[in-house]
Design a protein around this ligand. Sequence first.
Ligand SMILES: [Zn+2]
Length: 92
Amino acid sequence: MSEKLKPCPFCGGTKICTEKGINLNYCDNCSAESNVERWNTRPIEDDLRKRIAELEAEIDQLAAHYATERQDDKSPNDTQTQTIVYGKEREE
Ligand SMILES: [Zn+2]
């Protein structure tokens, strides 16, 4: 069970040292530390990633919807072929 250690959640540092004797991982850059089992646990990060994925999916849907609407706008415009001027008959 040698799972790859995630970067430091505080500074993004990737040099994570493990002190097996005291069950501790620590960041060599900023000294953040956590017990070995918890180091890779990132509930907030995971929530944010999940939310970002949801929002990106919504953006894709909106973009697709907008693209089809724009196509619809273009097609029916050539149905108007003549301009009718009202009020012309009265002047004659
Ligand atoms: Zn760090």
